[in-house]
Design a protein around this ligand. Structure first.
Ligand code: GLU
Length: 315
């Protein structure tokens, strides 16, 4: 285990919605090496709140895959065991239950643009006095979601450590964004913010598909700062963000099954060595020539500066 010298705290946050593949590994490798090269701490957080999509056994397999690849961490927790804390955080937010379907939201767009995030104009603001009332309205088989009431003219800007300046007018781009589809607030958007604050994460390194979701997370974090401060013994700050390019297939789409089998478990089963996998991914970040490499030996050659800003095309 690396000696913890500085105050850097990073995290690896796999969602057990499927097997770990080379795309996930590249991002985790960057996150891990960034932390370790700064003498920092690494937290492993299993983000298992996405119930319909979570696959049984996927969390355990992700942990085994990560260990096989040479990752280690100083602390580990599972989001599904922290529901009380999300419930408490939810009670502090300007949130309301919403029963709108995707179709309702699509119909409410003033100027729909293909591929852009859906804007929610607050149709359910003030409509229900409780989650229960909203759930009754939905009936069997469907649940309301919690939405964050965004004030008109809310603009969030941040300087991403890798991707640079980013600014979003949250009220006009997202409107009242969803924070969880669970009565107690246990859902990705709220949980990720609560956990990063309470764990003292100083920098979030993750895929750049999450850049547009970051302003909403910053808004939530701002609201929860003093609460988080009261819950921990460390000082609480909104983390820095470092979004790195994704791995894509030759068609330019995010790496997935259709591009062939790049699951870590398959390499493992077929006798490929972890250093072969890591060495190849390291070369895509400008560290080395693709020869075998261990994560440990990459700590000294790690640099964010050599990582290309374009997505890495896996052929
Ligand atoms: N659990 C998310 C994923 O696997 C990552 C979320 C995050 O890093 O904030 O895509």
């Amino acid at each position: 285990m690396e000696k913890i010298l500085a105050g850097y705290v990073g995290r690896l946050a796999p969602s057990p919605t499927g097997a770990l593949h080379l795309g996930n590994v590249r991002t985790f490798m960057i996150a891990y090496l960034r932390a370790r090269s700064l003498g920092g701490k690494v937290i492993l957080r299993i983000e298992d709140l996405d119930h319909p999509r979570d696959k049984p056994g996927a969390a355990r397999e992700a942990v085994e895959d990560l260990k096989w690849l040479g990752f280690d961490w100083d602390e580990e927790y599972v989001q599904s065991e922290r529901k009380d804390i999300y419930r408490e955080a939810l009670s502090l937010l300007p949130a309301y239950p919403c029963v709108c379907t995707r179709r309702d939201v699509e119909n409410a767009q003033s100027a729909p643009h293909a591929g852009e995030q859906l804007h929610y104009p607050g149709l359910c603001r003030g409509r229900f006095s409780s989650w229960r009332e909203a759930a009754e309205f939905c009936g069997e088989g469907r649940l309301p979601c919690w939405r964050y009431r965004v004030d008109e003219g809310t603009v969030v800007s941040f300087t991403d450590v890798f991707a640079g300046d980013y600014s979003q007018n949250v009220s006009s781009v997202l409107g009242d964004f969803p924070i969880a589809r669970d009565e107690g607030g246990a859902g990705y958007t709220l949980a990720v913010v609560v956990d990063d604050l309470l764990s003292g994460v100083t920098e979030v390194v993750r895929g750049d598909d999450l850049i547009p979701a970051t302003p909403a997370q910053i808004l939530i974090a701002e609201k929860l700062l003093s609460w988080a401060e009261s819950k921990t013994s460390h000082s609480v700050k909104i983390p820095k963000y470092c979004h790195v390019p994704l791995v894509v297939g030759p068609d330019g789409r995010r790496l997935a099954k259709r591009h062939g089998d790049t699951r870590v478990a398959s390499y493992r089963a077929s006798g490929v060595e972890p250093e072969t996998v890591i060495g190849r991914l390291a070369a895509s970040c400008g560290w080395g020539d693709g020869k075998k490499a261990s994560l440990h030996e990459l700590i000294d050659v790690f640099s964010l500066d050599t990582i290309p800003h374009a997505p890495f095309i896996m052929i």
